[in-house]
Design a binder for this molecule. Structure first.
Ligand code: FES
Ligand code: FES
Length: 152
C-alpha cells in the first residue's frame, strides 16, 4: 500500500511502488481524466503536476510521488489558474477530438503558475512536449494568452 497526496487528499493506493502514476490514477483510483497516449514521455497526454511541476505520469512511478503533492485535471476547476485556463479553453473552443487536452491544460496551468506574462517563446517551451494530432496549437496559444490576461 502506498499513500499518495492527490488533489489535497491523502489516498491509499494498493499498487507496486514501481507503478506509473498514470495507472495508479486510472486503474486503482478510477480517475480517468488523465489520458494514456504513448507511455513513453513523448506526447504529454498524461501530464499531471507533481510538486507543482508538469510531469509525464506515464513514466513517473508512484514511489517518486510519496511525500509530494500530485495534482490532476480533476482539481483544475477548483484552482484559480486552472479555472482561468479552462475558461479560456472554452471561450476559444480549443479542443477538437479532445484526447490531448487534459494534458494541454495541465501544462498551460503549470506555465501560468510561474509566468503570468508568457511570451510566444515561453509558451512554445512549456508546451513543446504536448502533442496534438488535431493541430489545435494556434487556439492553445490564444487561450493561454487570454488566461494570462484574465489572471493579470
Ligand atoms: S502517455 Fe505519457 S507522455 Fe504520452
Ligand atoms: S484535440 Fe485531438 S489530439 Fe488534440
Amino acid at each position: 500500500m502506498v499513500t499518495l497526496n492527490i488533489n489535497g487528499r491523502d489516498t491509499q493506493v494498493d499498487a507496486d511502488p514501481s507503478t506509473p502514476i498514470l495507472w495508479a490514477l486510472r486503474d486503482n483510483l478510477n480517475m480517468t481524466g488523465t489520458k494514456f497516449g504513448c507511455g513513453a514521455a513523448l506526447c504529454g497526454a498524461c501530464t499531471v503536476h507533481l510538486g507543482g511541476q508538469a510531469i509525464r505520469s506515464c513514466v513517473t512511478p508512484i514511489s517518486a510521488a510519496v511525500g509530494q503533492k500530485i495534482t490532476t485535471i480533476e482539481a483544475m476547476e477548483h484552482d484559480k489558474v486552472g479555472k482561468a485556463v479552462q475558461d479560456a479553453w472554452v471561450k476559444h473552443d480549443v479542443p477538437q477530438c479532445g484526447y490531448c487536452q487534459s494534458g494541454q491544460v495541465m501544462s498551460a496551468t503549470a506555465l501560468l503558475k510561474t509566468n503570468r506574462k508568457p511570451s510566444d517563446a515561453d509558451i512554445d517551451g512549456a508546451m513543446a512536449g504536448n502533442i496534438c494530432r488535431c493541430g489545435t496549437y494556434q487556439r492553445i496559444r490564444l487561450a493561454i494568452k487570454d488566461a494570462a490576461k484574465t489572471l493579470a
